[in-house]
Design a protein around this ligand. Structure first.
Ligand code: NAP
Length: 292
């Protein structure tokens, strides 16, 4: 039976550690760190993610602000807000929750965010520093995955890690973090990968970030594999109060018996992404306070 990589518990531990740090900071008369979330439109999943992030701020003692816009907001208006947040000395870090409406270029918005306030770790400047010793703010989800592995003493050095998915925000930075600082041998798979199972079966550590429930089944992994399931898809489920269930990319019932460690969905990577955001905000705050 696999050991469950309990992201919820680890995230709570991290939040307690940060809360202690915030108390020390504010006891000395300093203001607490301030995280801002910008939410455009009414996407249900986005609202849930943002509310989780705001709640975590409350838990650790950060100031948090939510700025909401109707989905009719123009690209220029949103870019102006980004400019304001960049210049606001009372804001240490901010996120623009994705996805954005189609008429707004995600690339333009992300490019405009000051790297020093980019607590999601999405900007090209932060992406470009991922494998450097003095890296800046790391992409939140891959950073959370590494933190989770570290907290369970799972070594990546010399291991064969297979990452399925190569998005800019998860798969690709995940691969770089594992191969760079993680000293692993990395295979990155994607939609054009042929015979996916030939790659996944070789994985000592398998990270899946696709968004297709049940993509990875028991036959596709070897005994003893460490499985990290980033996938989070809302699947209709009449038995649930909300009318849907969250599903990962990994078929838990068939993969778990072969794995040594595995993340649940929900309760695995999701809480770790929020914990990373909280950690990144503290890093941004400390740098800003020295500069101020
Ligand atoms: P994305 O931008 O849609 O990227 C999905 C990736 O999967 C792409 O690289 C795509 O390949 C690849 N892919 C698609 N079908 C595939 C297949 N059949 N076999 C192999 N690879 C395939 O998604 P994302 O933003 O990375 O998110 C991925 C999943 O993680 C989603 O379920 C998302 O909700 C979840 N997520 C969770 C968290 C969290 O905190 N838990 C955070 C972020 C994302 P191509 O590039 O070749 O098209």
């Amino acid at each position: 039976m696999a050991i469950i990589l309990d992201g919820r518990k680890v995230a709570r531990d991290i939040e307690s550690e940060i809360a202690e740090e915030v108390k020390k900071i504010t006891d000395k008369g300093n203001r607490p760190p301030h995280l801002v979330a910008v939410l455009v439109g009414e996407d249900g999943a986005s609202k849930t993610y943002v509310s989780g992030k705001m709640k975590a701020c409350d838990v650790v003692g950060y100031k948090s602000s939510l700025i909401r816009y109707d989905e009719t907001i123009t690209e220029e208006e949103l870019l102006n807000k980004v400019d304001d947040l960049n210049e606001d000395k009372g804001v240490d870090g901010y996120i623009v929750q994705l996805p954005l409406p189609e008429h707004i270029s995600v690339e333009k918005v992300i490019d405009r965010i000051y790297p020093s306030k980019d607590v999601d770790g999405f900007t090209p400047a932060n992406f470009g520093k991922i494998d450097q010793e003095h890296h800046s703010l790391l992409p939140a989800t891959p950073m959370g995955v590494i933190e989770l592995l570290n907290r369970y003493d799972i070594e990546t050095k010399g291991k064969h890690c297979v990452v399925v998915g190569k998005s800019h925000i998860v798969g690709m930075p995940m691969g770089i973090l594992l191969a760079g600082p993680g000293d692993a041998t990395v295979t990155i798979c994607h939609i054009h990968t042929q015979n996916l199972e030939e790659h996944t079966r070789k994985a000592d550590i398998l990270v899946v970030a696709v968004g297709k429930p049940g993509l990875i089944i028991g036959d596709m992994v070897k005994e003893g594999v460490v499985v990290v399931d980033v996938g989070t898809t809302r699947v209709p489920d009449a038995t649930k109060k909300k009318g849907f269930a969250l599903k990962g990319d990994v078929e838990f019932a068939t993969v778990e018996p072969k794995a040594s460690y595995i993340t649940p969905v929900p309760g695995g990577v999701g809480p770790m992404t929020i914990a990373s955001l909280i950690m990144n905000t503290m890093i941004a705050y400390k740098k800003a306070m020295v500069l101020e």
